[in-house]
Ligand binder design. Structure first.
Ligand SMILES: Cc1cc2nc3c(=O)[nH]c(=O)nc-3n(C[C@H](O)[C@H](O)[C@H](O)COP(=O)(O)O)c2cc1C
Length: 497
């Protein structure tokens, strides 16, 4: 009785193993090809996947051939039922899951990229090549206006982690790409770097181009989501509970004008938030002021307590500083610290503290007493932008200085630190969503500082996440600087990524 199933399994085994060994398409190929467009089903990768699955099925049929012959019961009717069921088991528990999940797994492997011969093929494959991790939350319409060999208009919609492709024109696309079809095919196949081609004006991108930052990865099933994770909180930021924050003073130590400064990009939003919550804000651009450097004579601590020998704008700024409920220190990161301008300003704040030493009996910590304790507790917030995408080993010097200012001065309380890494690229169109995250976080922090006298760490963390991995950052930064190398100053013409 076992003869019939044994013959069937033998035939199935031979078919499964012989066809791929002879270089013919395996039977699984004919079963699965109907579910995919030709661009995918005719690719080498698709054939490779089916060959492997076919070998796995050959193994399963060989196992079934053995299992169907085992006697599980002395009663022949029972035995036939059990032996057939046992032979079916590997087909269900191994064969079916392998056929479904193996292609998905295989397409994530490094050597599994599918090459396309035409844009028609590439478009037809897009709905099948979605990388769900990168497509999460994406809701865009990308209109293509291709010229050259495959001239034509069509658009793709990426939504709910799915992609559809339609011939024609969409009435309200998120982004529009105007490119030569051959160039776009080369970009799709990974032969040409899309960012580089764009910076070299080889194609045009209009509308909201943020999607292009991850476009390649959305259609690369092998891409892994890697980004520098949000930083855990490592400092005990203070809350000002003794008084309402009404007056804020901003000291901006940056060299650049507002429209180019990434430090200001944050500060402006913080100020807007604080103002919307009812605070008065006064701002000083230190580089525009004539501030003498500290001579280290200690006259402000000895002969003329609280008074500096230099009678410059600092007399007024010190008063503004000490009377404010909240001080904002804003400085770009220059050689791992604040700018020289900001450092000179900080040095000249010496008169507002007294030379004596306060000892905290509880923790043994030592600090300087406040010279103007009548103004009570005061909060301060730090803003800094850097070129590098990392925070540790980059902001340590600047961070250390302000943390020491917090711990060594009576009544000075650090309420928050905002470090913006990889700051130069943030103004680029492709970083629109990151820019919004940063600006919203700074605005909300300004509101909260005024209303509650504290700043939640989540705002600082949102700012400090560059949202890009170091490899992508390196590529983009290098391409960006290469376009300016030996040409115009940064502040005149900025190529848009
Ligand atoms: C003199 C100088 C020194 C710099 N040093 C560093 C540094 O140590 N680390 C860093 O990540 N970026 C450094 N940068 C890059 C700046 O921090 C970056 O361009 C930042 O966006 C400038 O801030 P801003 O846009 O507010 O002017 C430096 C830039 C200059 C001009």
């Amino acid at each position: 009785m076992e003869l019939i199933p044994m013959t069937i399994y033998t035939v199935l085994f031979v078919v499964a193993i012989v066809l791929p060994l002879l270089g013919k398409k395996p039977f699984t190929y004919y079963v699965s090809k109907g579910a995919y467009p030709k661009a995918i089903s005719q690719s080498d990768v698709f054939l490779r996947i089916n060959n492997i699955i076919s070998f796995i099925w050959a193994g399963i049929f060989a196992t079934a051939f053995v299992l169907v012959q085992i006697r599980y019961s002395p009663y022949s009717a029972d035995n036939m039922l059990i032996s057939n069921a046992m032979a079916f088991l590997p087909q269900f528990i191994i064969g079916i899951p392998v056929s479904i999940y193996f292609p998905v797994w295989y397409l994530k492997q490094p050597n599994s990229k599918i090459r396309f011969d035409s844009m028609k093929d590439a478009f037809s494959a897009m709905p099948y090549g979605i990388n769900k991790e990168f497509a999460q939350g994406v809701d865009v319409v990308v209109q293509f206006e291709l010229s050259g060999d495959e001239a034509g208009e069509s658009y793709i919609i990426i939504k709910d982690q799915k992609c559809t492709h339609t011939i024609g024109r969409h009435e309200n696309p998120t982004a529009t790409i105007q490119a030569d079809s051959k160039l776009w095919l080369d970009i799709t196949n990974g032969d040409v770097d899309g960012t580089y081609a764009f910076l070299n004006k080889q194609y045009k991108l209009s509308g909201d181009g943020s999607i292009m930052l991850n476009f390649e990865k959305i259609f690369d099933t092998r891409a892994k989501f890697e980004t520098i994770a949000n930083r855990p909180q490592d400092y005990d930021y203070k809350t000002i509970s003794s008084k309402q924050i009404k007056n804020i003073v901003v000291f901006d130590g940056g060299a650049r004008a507002k429209k180019f400064s990434k430090t200001t990009l944050m500060v402006d939003k913080f100020v807007a938030g604080a103002k919307s919550a009812g605070a008065n804000v006064e701002e000083f651009k230190l580089s525009k002021l004539d501030i003498h450097r500290c001579d280290g004579c200690y006259m402000c601590w000895t002969k003329t307590p609280g008074q500096c020998v230099h009678k410059d704008i600092m007399t007024e700024l010190r008063e503004k500083y000490r009377k404010a409920d909240l001080v904002v220190f804003a400085s770009p990161l220059y050689i791992f610290n604040v700018t020289g301008t900001m450092k000179t300003f900080m040095d000249r704040l010496l008169p507002i503290i007294q030379p004596y030493m306060l000892l905290d009996e509880k923790d043994g910590h030592i600090s300087h007493p406040d010279r103007f304790p009548q103004h009570g507790e005061q909060g301060f917030v730090v803003f800094s932008a850097s070129g590098f995408p990392d925070i540790d080993n980059n902001f340590d010097g600047l961070k250390g200085m302000y943390r020491a200012w917090d711990s060594h001065n009576e009544n000075s309380n650090m309420m928050g630190e905002f470090f913006l890494p990889a700051a130069e690229v943030i103004v680029q169109p492709v970083y629109k969503s990151r820019r919004e995250i940063v600006q919203n976080a700074c605005f909300d922090a300004g509101v909260q500082a005024v209303k509650e006298g504290k700043i939640d760490y989540k705002y600082m963390s949102a700012v400090s996440n560059p949202q890009v991995n170091n490899k992508t950052f390196q590529n983009q930064a290098n391409l960006f600087w290469a376009t300016l190398d030996g040409k115009s100053p940064y502040t005149k013409e900025v190529p848009k990524i």
